[in-house]
Design a protein around this ligand. Structure first.
Ligand SMILES: [Zn+2]
Ligand SMILES: [Zn+2]
Length: 196
């Protein structure tokens, strides 16, 4: 080979090396991207179950199950007591709002073909929480409404994130369609345990 041919081969191999380096970098980037998306999904699940949410869940559970056989009735007799239940109720709605916002941003950064393992992981773990609250929210709202000075709870905006999440998981077949948006369909129809 003459000098020109050698230089063509050398040019080719350095181009191939550069391409391989780009390939490795892309792969590393994808792995890192996937890892950080999984971490986001885990932190969204944590948001619903740990810290302040864990405390709020106990209050909302009393509002939800208070009239069932196994439940403890919530004490809404004083303003100070009722305020704790109101705060817990809104805290749960806002938690769901943050989870829904996080899920939406994960979807935007994911695969367009629907085969998104991160969303699958998140939705499978979210489903029972969403099913539980599909009944808990209207039940809690009814109890709080009875204790509220205006006779109702103003939560239309606060509940919007939860309702989007409910509808998304119902569309994916992960939450029972019997749950109505923003209303409990009632005992005998609603699959929630509180009616048993
Ligand atoms: Zn129900
Ligand atoms: Zn229920």
């Amino acid at each position: 080979m003459d000098w020109n041919q050698w230089s063509a081969v050398a040019g080719l191999s350095s181009a191939a090396l550069a391409l391989a380096a780009v390939g490795i970098a892309l792969q590393a980037h994808r792995t890192e991207h996937r890892r950080s998306r999984f971490e986001t999904a885990r932190s969204l699940l944590h948001e619903l179950t740990a810290g302040e949410s864990a405390v709020a869940r106990n209050y909302v559970a009393r509002l939800h199950y208070g009239s069932s056989n196994s439940g403890t009735s919530p004490d809404l007799s004083t303003t100070a007591q009722a305020d704790l239940y109101f705060a817990a109720y809104y805290m749960m709605l806002w938690s769901f709002e943050r989870v829904e916002a996080g899920r939406t941003s994960l979807i935007a950064g994911g695969r367009a073909d629907g085969g998104d393992a991160v969303i699958q992981y998140l939705d499978e773990r979210l489903a029972w929480h969403v099913a539980e609250y599909a009944c808990a929210i209207p039940q809690a709202r009814a109890r709080l409404g009875a204790a509220a000075s205006e006779g109702r709870v103003k939560d239309r905006d606060s509940a919007a994130g939860f309702l989007r999440l409910l509808s998304a998981l119902q569309d994916r077949g992960m939450v029972d369609r019997t749950f109505l948006p923003d209303a409990c369909p009632g005992g005998g129809v609603c699959p929630c345990e509180c009616h048993q």
